[in-house]
Design a protein around this ligand. Structure first.
Ligand SMILES: Nc1ncnc2c1ncn2[C@@H]1O[C@H](COP(=O)(O)OP(=O)(O)OP(=O)(O)O)[C@@H](O)[C@H]1O
Length: 742
C-alpha cells in the first residue's frame, strides 16, 4: 500500500449511485489518475489516498484507492476551485473568487465559524451569508456521513435520505439502532439494516432486531397480496429470516401487539396477525359497505323502464336484459357491482347509468385507481374522471413524508353517485380510504373485471365483495356482435373458460408464432417490433407496440428484453445524450415508466403555459433531455408534460419498451406482444394471460412455445391471498354488528 497526497483537478466520471469515481489528482510532481469509491469528492479538495498502482488495459497506470481522507483545501487556488464547484448553495465561481480575494487562506475558517463576515462582500446580505454557512455545515455533515456509511455498503443516495430524516443525529441513530432505517427510510429494508447491525456487532437476539424482522415478514406478505398471516405461518416465515428460535419470535409478537403495531385476531383455527393499518382497513371496508348498502332510498317518482327507453331512443341503442337490470340496481341500491369481460357492454351500461342520473339532476363523481385508467374512463364517458387519490384530495403531511386524504368522514365527498372503474386494481387500504369519504345515502357503483389480476396491494377486494353476495352484482357475459369480430375479445373469453384459442386466422387480430428456445423468441420479438409490425400496420414501433412479460428476470424477463429492445429501438447515437444509473443506460428517446405513485412530482409544458403535480405508477413517458450539469433527466409524459428527475430519483423510473403484465393493468395499447415460455408456475396463470391479452386494442402476437400458452389457459389455480373480507362481510351483517344507518 502506498500513500499519495494531492489536489483534485478534475472529476472524469462519477457514478452517483455507488460513489465510484475516476478523477485526476495533482501531486507535488505529477498529475495522476485515481479510481475507486470516492463519494462526495469535489474539485479543489486536497486528499490523502491510500491504495496501489494498477495498469489498466486501455487507460494505462492508475492509482486504485482503498481509503482516503479529505483535507480542506489550504491554497488560495484550491479554495477557489473548491468553492466554485457548486457544492455550496449560494456560491458560484464569481462569488467564490471575490470571497477568497478578501479572506485568502482563512476563507474556510470564516465560512465555518463566522459566516456573517461574508456580508463584507458585495452582493452578500446577511440572509445569504447565513445560508452559505448552513449549506457548508450541512455539506460537511453529509459528507462525513457518506464516508462513514460507505463501509456499511450504504450509497450516497441513501445517505442523503438518511440525513434528510435525522439531520445531525444521523450517524448516531444508524449506529445505535440501524433497524430504524428499515422503518423510516424509503428503499432501506430489513436486510440492509440487518447487515449494518451485524457489522456494528448488534446481537441477533436484540429486541429491535426481532421486532423489525416480524414487521418485515408481514410487510413481505403484503407484497404477495395477503392482508394478514396466520400465526404459525408468521412465526415460521420470521424464523427463516431471523434465524433464531421460535420462542423469541413469539415474545416479540406480543410486544408488537401491546405497542399497537400489529393486531392479533381470533380466526377459525388459529390467530390471524395483521399490521394494524390493514386490520383497520379490512374491518372498515366491511362496516362501510354494509352501512352504505343498507340505506333505503326514497322512492323516486319516475318509471325506470320508461327512463331507460328514452335513453335507448336518444342514443340509438337497445340494452340487453341484464344491462337494464344493472341500470335499475345502480339507481335503487346503495352499493352495486357491475362486472364482465371485454366487449360485454360495461361501458355502454355505465354511460346509460350516467345519462339516467344526469336526467335526474344528480351529482355524479367518476374515478379509477390509476392515471391511465382514469384517462380512459374520461374518454369513454366524456365526463371528467379522476384518480381515486385526486378525488380524495390527497395532500402531504407536514414533514412531507406521508400523504393524507383531505376527504374523509369529517369532510366527505358531496355527490349522489360515485362510480369507480377498474376496481379489481383497488387494494383494501385504498378502498377503505375511499369508502370512508362516502356518506351513507350516496350510491356507490363499483365496475371491474374480477377475472383480471387482483390488486398489486393487499387484499382481493372486488372478488371478495362479489363472492360475499351481500351486495347486488350484475355480471355481463354476452359478447356483442361488433365485439365478436375481434379475436382478442373472443379469445379473452375463451381463456376465461379454459378453452383453446382461435389463432392465426386470416386478417384477424390474434397471432401465435411458434419458437421453442429463448434466443429465437427474443430474436423474433425484436424482428416483429423493429420491422414486421411497423411496416404492415403502419404504427410507431416505440409508442404503439408494447411488449409484456410475466416476469422481470431471465432471458424473456423485462430487464433483459428492455436491454435488447433498447439496442434495436433506441441505439447508442452520438447525438443522443445518455447516463448510466445502476447498470441501466438512460438515453434520450428511451421509453420509460414511472413505477410508483408520486403525487407531488411537478410537471410543466415546454412553453410553461401549463403546470401541475402528480405522476403515477404505470405512466409511460419518453426521455426527452439529459442535463449532465444539473444531473437531471427530463421525461415527457402524455406528449406534453415535462418532468425533471434528479439522478437520485431514477429508482422511480424503469425502461418500458417491455413491462410486466402486472404493471400494465389499467392500460391499453394498440399492439401487444407477449413471450410464451417457461416461467415459475405461479406466474403462468390464466388470469395473467387474460390480463395481458385484454390490454391490446388492435393486435395480439404471442411468440413462443404453444405448450406454455395451453398451460396458462388451464392453470386456473388462483394463488390464494389471506384476506378475511369475504367472511367478515357476511359475518358482520348476520351478527347485526352494524346499525342500519349512521
Ligand atoms: N345492448 C347492446 N346491443 C348491441 N351492441 C352493444 C350493446 N351493448 C354494447 N354493445 C356494443 O358492444 C361493444 C362492446 O361494448 P362496451 O364497449 O360497452 O363493452 P366493455 O365491456 O366496456 O368493453 P371493454 O371492456 O372491452 O371496453 C361496443 O361496440 C358496443 O357498442
Amino acid at each position: 500500500m502506498e500513500n499519495i497526497k494531492g489536489m483534485i483537478n478534475e472529476i472524469i466520471f462519477k457514478n452517483e449511485d455507488n460513489g465510484y469515481t475516476v478523477a485526476t489528482l495533482e501531486t507535488n510532481d505529477d498529475e495522476i489518475t485515481i479510481v475507486g469509491c470516492l463519494p462526495t469528492l469535489s474539485i479543489g479538495e486536497t486528499i490523502k489516498v491510500n491504495g496501489k498502482w494498477i495498469n489498466h488495459k486501455i487507460y494505462g497506470p492508475q492509482f486504485e484507492v482503498e481509503s482516503f481522507m479529505i483535507d480542506t483545501p489550504s491554497s488560495v487556488d484550491g479554495i477557489i476551485a473548491y468553492l466554485s464547484s457548486g457544492m455550496i448553495k449560494g456560491i458560484g465561481p464569481k462569488i467564490a473568487e471575490k470571497i477568497v480575494q478578501k479572506f485568502g487562506v482563512d476563507t474556510i475558517d470564516i465560512i465555518q465559524r463566522s459566516p456573517q463576515l461574508l456580508t463584507q462582500i458585495d452582493g452578500i446580505g446577511i440572509k445569504k451569508a447565513e445560508q452559505i454557512g448552513e449549506s457548508f455545515e450541512k455539506e460537511r455533515e453529509l459528507r462525513n456521513l457518506i464516508i462513514n456509511l460507505a463501509s456499511f455498503g450504504i450509497g450516497a443516495n441513501y445517505c442523503l435520505r438518511i440525513y434528510k430524516r435525522y439531520k445531525s443525529n444521523s450517524l448516531k441513530i444508524v449506529k445505535e439502532n440501524p433497524y430504524r432505517l428499515a422503518q423510516d427510510i424509503r428503499g432501506i429494508g430489513f436486510k440492509l439494516a440487518d447487515d449494518i447491525a451485524k457489522k456494528i456487532g448488534i446481537s441477533p437476539y436484540s429486541k429491535d432486531r426481532i421486532m423489525q424482522g416480524i414487521i418485515y415478514t408481514l410487510n413481505q406478505s403484503l407484497g404477495e397480496g395477503h392482508t394478514f398471516l396466520p400465526r404459525s405461518k408468521l412465526v415460521s416465515e420470521a424464523r427463516k429470516i431471523l434465524e433464531i428460535e421460535e420462542n423469541y419470535i413469539k415474545d416479540e409478537i406480543t410486544s408488537l401487539a401491546l405497542d399497537h403495531q400489529i393486531q392479533i385476531e381470533k380466526g377459525y383455527s388459529e390467530e390471524n396477525i395483521y399490521l394494524l393499518p390493514y386490520y383497520i382497513s379490512e374491518n372498515g371496508v366491511c362496516r362501510k359497505i354494509i352501512q352504505l348498502s343498507q340505506h333505503e332510498f326514497e322512492k323516486l317518482e319516475i318509471d325506470i323502464d320508461e327512463e331507460i327507453k328514452k335513453i335507448e331512443e336518444s342514443e340509438d341503442i337497445s340494452l340487453a336484459k341484464n344491462q337494464k337490470d344493472a341500470v335499475t340496481k345502480a339507481l335503487e341500491k346503495g352499493v352495486f357491482v357491475l362486472t364482465g369481460g371485454p366487449g360485454t357492454g360495461k361501458t355502454t351500461t355505465i354511460n346509460t347509468i350516467i345519462k339516467l342520473f344526469e336526467n335526474l339532476n344528480m351529482e355524479i363523481l367518476l374515478a379509477a385507481p390509476t392515471g391511465r385508467a382514469a384517462k380512459r374512463m374520461s374518454e369513454t364517458t366524456n365526463k371528467e374522471a379522476k384518480t381515486i387519490h385526486r378525488l380524495l384530495e390527497m395532500g402531504y403531511s407536514q414533514d412531507d413524508d406521508e400523504f393524507v386524504f383531505m376527504k374523509s368522514e369529517d369532510d366527505p365527498l358531496e355527490a349522489d353517485v360515485v362510480i369507480i372503474d377498474e376496481v379489481s386494481m383497488v387494494d383494501v387500504v385504498l378502498m377503505y380510504s375511499l369508502l370512508k369519504a362516502i356518506k351513507v345515502g350516496t350510491r356507490v357503483i363499483l365496475v371491474g373485471d374480477s377475472d383480471q389480476l387482483p390488486s398489486v396491494g393487499a387484499g382481493n377486494v372486488l372478488r371478495d365483495i362479489i363472492d360475499s353476495q351481500i351486495v347486488p352484482v350484475v355480471k355481463l357475459d354476452e359478447i356483442f356482435r361488433q365485439a365478436k369480430e375481434s379475436m382478442i375479445v373472443v379469445n379473452a373469453h375463451k381463456i376465461n373458460k379454459g378453452e383453446s384459442l382461435l389463432l392465426n386466422q386470416k386478417d384477424k387480430d390474434f397471432y401465435f408464432i411458434q419458437r421453442t428456445n429463448n434466443e429465437d423468441i427474443v430474436k423474433e420479438i425484436l424482428h416483429l417490433v423493429d420491422k414486421r409490425l411497423p411496416e404492415y400496420y403502419k404504427v410507431n414501433k416505440i409508442k404503439d407496440i408494447q411488449i409484456l412479460s410475466p416476469m422481470r428476470k431471465g432471458d424473456l424477463g423485462v430487464i433483459n428484453l428492455n436491454n435488447e429492445l433498447q439496442k434495436v429501438l433506441n441505439p447508442k447515437d452520438r447525438l443522443k445524450t445518455e447516463e448510466v444509473f445502476q447498470n441501466r443506460i438512460f438515453r434520450v428517446g428511451d421509453k420509460v415508466m414511472q413505477i410508483k405513485n408520486n403525487y407531488n412530482k411537478k410537471w410543466e409544458t415546454e412553453d410553461e403555459s401549463e403546470k401541475g403535480e402528480g405522476i403515477y405508477n404505470g405512466d409511460i413517458g419518453y426521455v426527452y433531455y439529459i442535463n449532465k450539469e444539473e444531473k437531471t433527466i427530463h421525461v415527457i409524459f402524455d406528449e406534453s408534460k415535462i418532468v425533471k428527475y434528479e439522478y437520485s430519483e431514477l429508482d422511480e423510473l424503469d425502461h418500458s419498451f417491455c413491462t410486466t403484465i402486472h404493471k400494465s393493468q389499467g392500460s391499453e395499447f394498440p399492439i401487444v406482444i407477449m413471450p410464451m415460455a417457461w416461467a415459475p408456475p405461479m406466474l403462468l396463470t390464466r388470469n395473467l394471460l387474460y390480463t395481458g391479452v385484454t390490454r391490446a386494442k388492435r393486435l395480439v402476437v404471442l411468440v413462443g412455445d404453444i405448450k406454455y400458452l395451453n398451460y396458462m389457459i388451464k392453470n386456473n389455480k388462483i394463488y390464494d391471498r389471506y384476506s378475511n373480507l369475504k367472511g367478515k362481510l357476511s359475518m358482520f351483517r348476520d351478527e347485526g354488528i352494524i346499525e342500519k344507518s349512521e
